[in-house]
Design a protein around this ligand. Structure first.
Ligand SMILES: Cc1cc2nc3c(=O)[nH]c(=O)nc-3n(C[C@H](O)[C@H](O)[C@H](O)COP(=O)(O)O)c2cc1C
Length: 204
């Protein structure tokens, strides 16, 4: 059983990376493999709304990591999307990734366990988490929570160590995710098989 942890920070060894590392270590202590994937330093295109992926289930662009990640998500059991807070929002890189990953490859994540974490200096944490969690709640995913909102205060990895509660929140998140993934995997219940989804535009 495996969790992919996406780092949407351009800092390879900053707060977000280290917060994700705490979640990964906690998952691993509880029998779930973790892999941190660096996203924030890569060039990731925005979605151009061409809707080609609705037929192909792949993004039309092959010059970045999105299609590769769609394939990787198929065999994963859970996902953590991490980002620093930029102007009270997640970074553009993680948003660009998630728009295309979910629009083209949402089936690879559907029904699985997901969570998000953010790192920040002072404000905008829960607003950023709300943005990230919306991808999960429109894709029938099981959202793992922790003992507080999934926020760790930096602004640097050295200062982050001082946020004991934030770090503990990451540890608890890993424990809760491991519990949920193992529970879902051992369940004899089948996922609901929905009737065809009715799609109406707001203005018909
Ligand atoms: C462009 C930019 C915008 C930022 N906006 C915010 C903000 O709105 N609120 C906040 O608390 N911190 C803000 N920060 C600080 C970062 O969120 C903070 O330093 C974070 O811990 C960095 O994480 P990292 O080390 O993983 O990159 C901003 C930083 C940058 C570079």
């Amino acid at each position: 059983m495996k969790v992919l942890l996406f780092n949407g920070s351009p800092n390879l060894n900053g707060c977000t990376y280290n917060a994700l590392k705490v979640v990964k270590e906690s998952l691993e202590k509880n029998g779930i493999e973790g892999e941190i994937i660096q996203v924030g330093t890569k060039v990731i295109r925005d979605c151009i709304g061409c809707r080609t992926c609705k037929k192909t289930h792949r993004c039309i662009f092959n010059d970045d990591i999105v299609n590769e990640l769609i394939e990787k998500c198929k065999s994963a059991d859970g996902f953590v999307f991490g980002s620093p807070v930029y102007y009270a929002h997640p970074t553009g890189m993680i948003i660009s990734l998630m728009n295309r990953l979910f629009y083209a490859g949402g089936d690879a994540l559907k029904g699985k366990v997901a969570s998000s974490i953010v790192c920040l200096r002072r404000a905008g944490g829960t607003a950023s988490i709300d943005v990230l969690n919306k991808y999960f709640s429109i894709n029938e995913m099981v959202i793992a929570s922790s003992s507080y909102w999934n926020v760790v205060y930096g602004p640097t990895k050295e200062k982050m160590i001082l946020d004991e509660e934030g770090i503990q929140t990451m540890t608890h998140l890993g424990e809760n995710m491991a519990y949920l993934i193992k529970s879902l995997n051992s369940s004899k219940e089948k996922k609901p098989n929905h009737e065809t989804i009715i799609r109406t535009n707001f203005n018909r």
